[in-house]
Design a binder for this molecule. Structure first.
Ligand code: CU
Length: 71
């Protein structure tokens, strides 16, 4: 498992953050998600054997938001 921080674009309220958490936590390979609307970021814990950072970014894009990995 790795924990990675992503910056999120397009969240306009706390419900957006909750939506990201819900969608990502239902994504295979993702263990936990903490989305922060105020901070415009999300911390995602995922199985790097199943997903890459790009896969996480794609899952966030499918939820309707832009994401970038924070290195
Ligand atoms: Cu919203």
């Amino acid at each position: 498992m790795v924990k990675k921080l992503f910056t999120i674009e397009g969240m306009h309220c706390g419900a957006c953050a909750a939506g990201i958490e819900l969608i990502l936590s239902n994504t295979e390979g993702i263990k936990s998600v903490k989305a922060d609307y105020e901070g415009k970021k999300a911390e995602v814990e995922y199985d790097e054997a199943k997903l890459s950072a790009d896969d996480v970014i794609n899952a966030i894009a499918d939820a309707g938001f832009g994401a970038k990995a924070v290195s």
